[in-house]
Design a protein. Structure first.
Length: 539
């Protein structure tokens, strides 16, 4: 029956580690035993050669070979057996120049020709090696036997049985296996520790479940309508989902790069990098209003989430516009009621001519104000905005004036962007002018709007007689979330001027704040390519 593979991740890791450690330990033992066997063979061969050399150097051995005949009880056999027993060799064989044995462990073989060729030793050369003879496989050493004159009279062959070498090898095996077993035990303990740690980190989840969780995580990250950006402890991007790529304008090459290298300097980068602390931080990126939150991870990294509040801010601006229109209608209703009461009083008093003059004066003044705006501002959305803001300004006790130099042709590429820019600037100016007036100034607060077209470039300038903008805050007023006014509970302040600058930069233009001579502030916005060319209009 085929063994069943464990399903748990930690069990699979433990089993694989044990198999690998066992294989490595067995391989290491084999690699150690193989050269050890070769070393033992070489040592046995050198020992056999040394015994043969010592035997050949025995005094009188060469003389006994020359003087006597091979005999089982001769002096050569006696000396050879004595040396064999003393050294533990398997055999010590002495032969003459014809290869006839003068000694052997088996006396009956004395006088016979040797089973291996002694030619190399008889030629005057020492030899050692491993071979098989009548006594089995053995490590051998052969040397020439010389007389006192140096002439070769025979040869001495000594053998050490292979069983002895094998016994030495087997004697070393337990020690080697003990070390291998110790290494295997240490490896097994390490594998168990790693497996337990892995089980703790994976909460005992199966491998298939990890794959499923990963697929669900990818689907969730790339399917939600919130941007997610994950950074490591060094500030490098390690995860960014599709929504974050869309909101931040990032490419697919953002993974692994530092955040400061893929985003330009600004509040958005500071918020994501953690240089600005807080919750629900507002930032503007490419005309989009984003709400960012950050959370630290256990490995020192961070995860930032981004929510797109652009549509909400647009709805808020529409609500503010509706509220402004309501205020304007309420102001007109209040003013209309006063005028109707005045007209009724004139009629009751019988002053019919004075009543007619009063009606003509009132209608003429309103008509003059509307005509003054529409003559200089030809775009209907922008002119409607200015008329509505005039009513709001009147309700707040301020005057909204249109500069005599204003000229806006009906060539605006996107009137909605211009309405956003102009509406935010006028609202900001009205807040400054009316707030400053309440602090005790006697002059009437006013806001002046100037719109000028230079080719395809539109210049927007809004001036007020409020407290002005300090030189140190000339750039700070365009920062996301910066405001000097208390935020109402239903929305946050500090976005209007930031949106103005983002829109100006998107058109390739600029937005700047300065001081007006005599007191007050001047906001100037330059919008290149905001107007269609005359050729495009003619076509």
């Amino acid at each position: 029956m085929r063994p069943r593979w464990p399903r748990r991740v930690f069990a699979q890791v433990l089993l694989v580690h044990l198999l690998i450690i066992t294989g490595v330990a067995g391989l290491a033992a084999g690699l150690f035993l193989a050269p050890l066997a070769a070393q033992l063979d070489e040592q046995a061969e050198r020992r056999a050669l040394a015994i043969a050399q010592a035997t050949a150097a025995q005094p009188g051995l060469a003389r006994h070979v020359l003087a006597g005949r091979p005999s089982a009880d001769g002096p050569v056999q006696t000396d050879a057996e004595r040396i064999r027993l003393a050294t533990g060799a398997s055999y010590v064989v002495v032969v003459d120049t014809q290869g006839i044995r003068y000694s052997h462990t088996t006396p009956s073989r004395i006088g016979e020709h040797v089973s291996t060729d002694p030619a190399r030793a008889l030629s005057g050369h020492d030899w050692m090696g491993t071979g098989k003879g009548t006594l089995g496989r053995s490590a051998r050493g052969k040397v020439p036997l010389r007389d006192t004159e140096g002439a070769i009279v025979g040869a001495v062959s000594v053998g050490i049985g292979y069983d002895n070498v094998h016994a030495l090898l087997l004697h070393a095996v337990p020690g080697i296996l003990a070390y291998a077993g110790a290494a295997l035990g240490a490896g097994a303990l390490a594998a168990i520790a790693v497996s337990r740690r892995l089980r703790k980190r994976t909460h005992g989840i199966e491998l298939a479940e990890i794959s499923t969780l990963l697929n669900e995580r990818e689907a969730m990250l790339h399917g939600i309508r919130e941007g997610v950006v994950a950074l490591d402890r060094r500030g490098r991007v390690r995860l960014v989902n599709d929504e974050a790529q869309r909101l931040l304008g990032l490419g697919t090459d953002a993974i692994g790069r530092p955040l400061d290298a893929i985003l330009p300097p600004g509040r958005t980068t500071d918020v994501l990098a953690g240089r600005v602390s807080g919750t629900d931080l507002l930032t503007v990126r490419d005309g989009r209003v984003l709400v960012a939150n950050r959370m630290n991870t256990s490995d020192g990294g961070t995860v930032a989430t981004l929510r797109d509040r652009t549509e909400l801010e647009q709805l808020r601006r529409e609500l503010d516009g509706t509220r402004g229109l309501t205020d304007a209608l309420r102001a007109q209703d209040h003013e209309h009621a006063n005028r109707m009461h005045t007209l009724m009083g004139l009629l009751e008093l019988g002053l019919h001519e004075e009543a007619a003059d009063f009606v003509a004066e009132v209608t003429g003044a309103h008509r003059a104000t509307a005509e003054q705006v529409t003559e200089r501002v030809r775009d209907p959305l922008v002119s409607a905005l200015l008329v509505g803001k005039s009513a709001v300004a009147a309700e707040r006790g301020a005057a909204l004036r249109v500069s005599a130099r204003t000229w806006l042709p009906d060539r605006v590429v996107d009137p909605r962007d211009l309405v956003t820019v102009l509406g935010n600037l006028v609202d900001n100016a009205l807040d400054a002018a009316t707030g400053h007036a309440r602090e005790g100034r006697e002059d009437v607060p006013w806001v002046e709007v100037e719109l000028r077209a230079k080719g395809c470039t539109l210049l927007v300038q809004v001036t007020d007689n409020g407290p002005g903008v300090p030189a140190a805050a000339g750039e700070l007023v365009f920062t996301d979330g910066w405001t000097t006014k208390e935020s109402p509970p239903y929305r946050r302040r500090g976005l209007g001027l930031a949106l103005v600058r983002r829109l100006a930069e998107r058109y390739g233009g600029s937005a700047r704040a300065g001081e007006r001579e005599g007191g007050g502030a001047v906001f100037t916005v330059e919008l290149p390519e905001a107007l269609r060319s005359l050729e495009g209009v003619k076509r």
